[in-house]
Each structure stands twice: as structure tokens, then as C-alpha cells.
Design a protein. Structure first.
Length: 304
């Protein structure tokens, strides 16, 4: 397949490029910068310089091109999101950015479309001990301005894509050989990352496995379906930091009460209020996919 990859220079895009190439696909990579274009070209990707938020510019940059598939992995999180506003640009990419890329897909004649969705679409709250399947509905509005804005964009992203026969991948929390994981390891080594007492539970996914699931979905995903993409072992944030310290041979981390995160509302919603386990059974079955790193213990050791 010829695949247009939006977010080709990013954390998951970079992990996807070699896997797409190894599977025999040709990759056109979107980036906004000449520097990004140079990096893509060095990795065997034909760069297309355009901004996903500029529909006309995007169509102009791809005028005369053809592709079989479009994959939307563009996000604008830039570091650990602390406040709800840290996610507003990503919300826009999930709403208007998706609409623009769907227009591009139609112009390219692409028959497959995959978009990055997120486990937090199920809602920033305690979902209990039962793993959520894809049958579980996305959360209803809560009355909280920031959370509802994220929820609206995650819902709009999926609805637009599923409505045209595309596929949405509800990834867990990314980690792997990428800047944020490296930064967290650095903080753990200097004993600057405390364990939060009473922290919540999230479903992690190593970037290598997120990328392999995406390639599998491109090849074998059912049109109009969503898939949870997570490893086999949800992790409490306290255990996450403790495991990092063990693997890195760092001093035992200190600890803080959950109330200490009240001044960082987004981080509090993610790390304290949320307890989610995801079932990955549908992805295993339909996509013939399994995570190479079933838990953060193997995945973090490989990322160090
Ligand atoms: N599921 C998760 O847990 C999850 C989800 C997303 C991100 N993250 C994490 O958040 C951290 C930072 O992520 P990030 O989103 O800042 O950066 P990133 O993953 O490094 O990359 C974002 C990608 O989106 C592209 N992009 C952004 N806005 C664009 C636009 N308007 N037009 C075209 N392309 C656009 C960027 O391309 P150019 O800059 O080359 O134009 C880049 O390729 C990473 O550590 C990542 O692991 C986690």
C-alpha cells in the first residue's frame, strides 16, 4: 500500500515508519518543517510539507498524488500535559484536523483511514476492576469545561472516521524510546519523580506495539471498527515509577499524597481520578496482533 502518514516525525509515527517499510508499504510522511522533511527523507519516507489544520494548503501540497491509505497520528501534546489547556491544540487536531485529513483521503482516492483515538475517551473516572471492551460507550459530558472539550474532540474524531468506514485505534498510554519516557527515567535517576500515594491505574502500550497494531489494522482491520490497543497489564502510576527506579538501578523514589496534584488539574484527572483497564481481546483476534512487551517491566527495560 501507499500510505500517507500524518505525524510521521512524532513518537508513534517514527516507530511506524520502519515497520511500514519492512511490511513492504510505501510511506508519504506529513510534516510542517523542512527539518522534519530532512529527517523523513533520511529514513526512506517521501516528505510532504503541510499543516493538517490548513485544509487548502494540505490539498495543494498533495495535488496530483494518490494513496491507498491515510493514517492520522498528529498530536500536539509537547511534554507532560499538566493543565487542560495543554491539550487544546490536540483537541483541534482530533476534530478539525481529522475532517481535513478525511477530505485529503477522498482526494487521494484512499480507501483506508486509521485515526489515533485514546483510552481516556471512556472517561476520566474510576471504571472499576473489569477490563473495558470496545462495546463500552465513550463518556457523556461531565459539566467540566476542559474535560468536556477533550471528550467532544475524541468523540468527533471517531464519529467522523467510523462514519466513512475508517478505523479508530484507542491506544493506551504510550511509552518507549521517546523523549517523555527518557525524561521520566532522568527524573527517577535524580530521585525527582515521587510515587503518588493513591494514584489511579492506566493501560500502557509500548510504542513498538502501538505501531505494530497500527500496521496490522491497516492490513487486517475491519472497516468501521474501533480497537483497544493496550498491553496485558494495567499499571498503577505508583508502580510505574517504582518499576522505573528498579530497572534503572535508581534510589528508591520518595512519595507524595494525591492531594499534592490538585494544583495540576489535568494531571490530577489522569493520574488520580482515572482507573481504567482495557481488554485487548478484539485486537488480538481481528488483527492477529499481540504486544511484544506484555507489561511495562519488559517494555521499560527495553526502552532504557
Ligand atoms: N496515547 C498516548 O499516551 C499519547 C498520545 C499522544 C502523544 N503522547 C505522548 O506525548 C508526547 C508528545 O507528543 P506530541 O504530540 O507533542 O509529539 P510527537 O508525538 O512527537 O509528534 C506529534 C506529531 O504530530 C505532527 N503534527 C502536530 N501538529 C501538526 C499539524 N498541525 N500539522 C501536521 N502535523 C502535525 C508533528 O509533525 P511535525 O512537528 O513534524 O510537523 C509530529 O509528527 C510523546 O511523548 C508521546 O508519547 C502520548
Amino acid at each position: 500500500m501507499k500510505v500517507l502518514l500524518a505525524g510521521a516525525t512524532g513518537a508513534i509515527g517514527s516507530a511506524m515508519v520502519p515497520q511500514l517499510r519492512d511490511a513492504g508499504h510505501e510511506v508519504l510522511g506529513l510534516t510542517r518543517s523542512a527539518d522534519g522533511a530532512d529527517r523523513l527523507a533520511a529514513n526512506g519516507v517521501r516528505p510532504i510539507i503541510a499543516d493538517v489544520m490548513d485544509a487548502d494548503g494540505l490539498l495543494r501540497a498533495l495535488d496530483g498524488e494518490q494513496a491507498d491509505a491515510v493514517v492520522h497520528q498528529a498530536t500536539a501534546i509537547t511534554g507532560m500535559p499538566l493543565f487542560h489547556r495543554s491539550l487544546y491544540a490536540t483537541d483541534d487536531l482530533r476534530e478539525r484536523g481529522t475532517a481535513n485529513l478525511l477530505r485529503v483521503a477522498a482526494a487521494l482516492g484512499a480507501e483506508r483511514f486509521i485515526t489515533q483515538s485514546f483510552f481516556l475517551g471512556y472517561g476520566y473516572r474510576d471504571h472499576g476492576a473489569q477490563p473495558l471492551t470496545e462495546e463500552h460507550p465513550f463518556a457523556e459530558p461531565t459539566g467540566h469545561r476542559g474535560i468536556d472539550r477533550h471528550m467532544r474532540s475524541m468523540r468527533a474524531n471517531e464519529e467522523q472516521v467510523l462514519g466513512t468506514g475508517g478505523i479508530a485505534l484507542r491506544y493506551g498510554m504510550f511509552y518507549g524510546p521517546e523523549p517523555m519516557t527518557r525524561k521520566l527515567f532522568g527524573l527517577v535517576m535524580r530521585r525527582r519523580l515521587p510515587v503518588i500515594r493513591g494514584a489511579g491505574t492506566v493501560p500502557p502500550i509500548h510504542l513498538h506495539d502501538a505501531a505494530s497494531a497500527t500496521v496490522a489494522a491497516l492490513e487486517r482491520g475491519r472497516p468501521g471498527h474501533v480497537y483497544n490497543i493496550a498491553d496485558d497489564h494495567p499499571v498503577n502510576f505508583g508502580r510505574y515509577v517504582g518499576t522505573m527506579a528498579e530497572i534503572a538501578g535508581a534510589p528508591a523514589p520518595g512519595s507524595l499524597p494525591a492531594a499534592a496534584l490538585a494544583v495540576l488539574p489535568y494531571l490530577h484527572a489522569l493520574m488520580i481520578a482515572t482507573r481504567i483497564r482495557l481488554s485487548n481481546a478484539k485486537a488480538r483476534h481481528d488483527l492477529d496482533w499481540a504486544p511484544a512487551f506484555p507489561s511495562i517491566r519488559e517494555g521499560l527495560a527495553a526502552s532504557l
